[in-house]
Design a protein around this ligand. Structure first.
Ligand SMILES: NC(=O)c1ccc[n+]([C@@H]2O[C@H](COP(=O)([O-])OP(=O)(O)OC[C@H]3O[C@@H](n4cnc5c(N)ncnc54)[C@H](O)[C@@H]3O)[C@@H](O)[C@H]2O)c1
Length: 253
């Protein structure tokens, strides 16, 4: 119960990594807000948590829209009275397809940045005013190992995840005086539902990725929540502005 009585907002928690974070945070005693654009998936995860005796609130939220992120913070305060943890997990990922760097439409670039970068910033903007009077909080931004491996053929996604690391470092500096910690987690290629949405990747991509790793196996969504609990909890009370890579030793900082 390392997150007992903490209130955590997790964006994009209707499936994949976000779902794994939500279920584990609830197991650790947190009250969990599932801020998800897919209303049905979000409601299902909330029901699953409540069925196990936990407390959860599903909100239909578009992180790229400021009114929506403000509503997310307001409804969380109304239901739980505080916000201790924000996990910026929602992103557009594999549906965007694998293509050469110049075979992208400007609208695709803008949409990726609107969700993956602006969305994370807007969620911080909505929750930080509530964390400050509480005396602190923990924000966890989900980036990607593609930033470190300079993954080809996903240029707008990879650049957006680099920007998430910059956002993490800048906010760590700006919010440290309020005891708000901001860190990032960088998963490698993970076998979540989104990896089934891939368009244009070679059929043996998973085997190729495994060969680049020190630990020779696939990464699963359940490989991530342990690090998230650590960063959300007081066990990491003096860690901020950092990025932890969780990819079986595929890339190094
Ligand atoms: N799966 C991987 O291989 C992998 C690798 C590295 C990093 N990541 C990162 O991990 C995170 C989760 O990835 P995943 O594989 O679970 O992806 P996913 O596509 O399965 O889940 C993303 C969730 O975000 C939601 N979402 C999308 N746009 C939204 C919006 N505008 N507002 C609110 N919710 C929105 C989706 O409905 C979905 O439930 C992402 O930040 C991704 O970039 C994933």
């Amino acid at each position: 119960m390392r997150l007992k009585d903490k209130v955590a907002i997790i964006t994009g928690a209707g499936r994949g990594l976000g779902q794994a974070f939500a279920l584990r945070f609830a197991d650790e005693g947190a009250q969990v807000v599932i801020a998800e654009i897919d209303q049905a998936n979000g409601a299902n995860i909330a029901k699953e948590i409540e069925a196990k005796g936990g407390q959860a609130l599903a909100l239909c939220i578009d992180v790229s829209n400021e009114d929506s992120t403000q509503e997310m913070a307001k409804k969380t305060m109304e239901r739980f009275g505080k916000i201790d943890i924000l996990v910026n997990n929602a992103a557009l990922i594999y549906k965007i397809g694998v293509k050469p760097w110049d075979d992208r439409m400007p609208e695709d670039w803008d949409r990726i940045f609107a969700v993956n970068v602006k969305g994370s910033w807007l969620c911080c903007k909505a929750v930080v005013p509530h964390m400050i009077p509480q005396g602190g909080g923990s924000i966890i931004n989900i980036t990607s190992s593609t930033h470190f491996s300079a993954e080809g053929q996903l240029i707008h996604y990879t650049c957006s995840k680099g920007a998430v690391i910059s956002l993490t470092r800048v906010l760590a500096r700006e919010l440290g005086g309020h005891n708000i910690r901001v860190n990032a987690m960088s998963p490698g290629r993970t076998l979540s539902e989104s990896s089934l949405d891939q368009i244009g990747v070679p059929p043996n991509v998973e085997d190729m990725v495994i060969q680049t790793r020190c630990l020779k196996r696939s990464e699963q969504p359940d490989d991530l929540p342990g690090t998230a609990v650590f960063l959300a909890s007081d066990d990491s009370a003096f860690i901020t502005g950092q990025t932890i890579i969780i990819d079986g030793g595929g890339v190094f900082l």
